[in-house]
Design a protein around this ligand. Structure first.
Ligand SMILES: C[S@@+](CC[C@H](N)C(=O)[O-])C[C@H]1O[C@@H](n2cnc3c(N)ncnc32)[C@H](O)[C@@H]1O
Length: 170
C-alpha cells in the first residue's frame, strides 16, 4: 500500500492508529516519568520526543510533544523537575512545532531542536547531565532511524567499558 503524504497526514484529523498511539503514550508517560524520576535524588527527569512532528492534526494542537508537556505538568505538580526536548528535522514542521507550543518554550519547560534526533543527542545529553530520561522515537519509516546515531550513544553511555565491549561482540 503506498504511504500517505506526511503533510496531508498532519492536515487531516488523526486516523485511528495515530489516536491509539497517542492514547498509549498518554497512559504511559505520567507513571513512567514518576517512576523514572524517583531514580534521581533531585527528582529530575527529561522527556525526549525524538521525532516530534508539527504537533498539529486537522488544525488542532495535538501530538506527542503536547502529550509529553501535559505529562510534565502533571508530574511537576507532584514535585518532579521535568524538561521536555523535541527534535524535528523538517523546517516547516519545526516552525509549526514552535508556534503550537510557544508558551512552553517561553516558560523553559520545552527545548526544541531543528535537526535530526541523532544530531541533537549531544546537546540533550549535555542538558540532562546524569538525570534520567525517557526517549520516545516515532519515525515515519524505520529507515529514518539509525542504530549508531539514535540508539547506540545512549546505550553506550549507561554501560561500563566491559559491558560495552561484550555488547558490541554479540
Ligand atoms: C511519524 S511523524 C511524528 C509524529 C509525532 N511523533 C506525533 O505522534 O504526533 C515523524 C516526524 O519525524 C520527522 N523526522 C524524520 N526524520 C527525522 C530525524 N532523523 N530526526 C528527527 N525528526 C525526524 C518527520 O519530519 C516527521 O515530522
Amino acid at each position: 500500500m503506498p504511504r500517505r503524504d506526511l503533510d496531508q497526514h498532519f492536515e487531516d484529523d488523526r486516523p485511528e492508529w495515530t489516536s491509539r498511539k497517542h492514547a498509549v503514550l498518554s497512559r504511559y508517560i505520567v507513571p513512567g516519568a514518576m517512576k523514572i524520576s524517583a531514580l534521581d535524588r533531585e527528582r529530575r527527569v527529561h522527556l525526549v520526543d525524538g521525532y516530534a512532528g508539527p504537533n498539529e492534526y486537522g488544525g488542532q494542537v495535538m501530538g506527542s510533544t503536547a502529550i509529553m508537556i501535559n505529562a510534565a505538568q502533571t508530574a511537576a505538580a507532584q514535585g518532579r523537575r521535568v524538561t521536555v526536548h523535541a527534535c524535528e528535522v523538517d523546517t516547516s514542521r519545526f516552525a509549526s512545532l514552535q508556534r503550537n507550543l510557544a508558551s512552553h518554550l517561553e516558560s523553559g519547560l520545552l527545548r526544541v531542536y531543528n535537526k535530526t534526533h541523532a544530531e541533537a543527542v549531544p546537546e540533550i545529553k549535555h542538558a540532562a547531565g546524569n538525570a534520567p530520561a525517557i526517549i520516545f522515537l516515532d519515525p515515519q519509516t524505520a529507515a529514518q532511524m539509525t542504530l549508531e546515531g539514535d540508539l547506540r550513544p545512549r546505550v553506550d553511555s549507561k554501560l561500563k567499558p566491559t559491558e560495552r565491549h561484550s555488547l558490541t561482540q554479540n
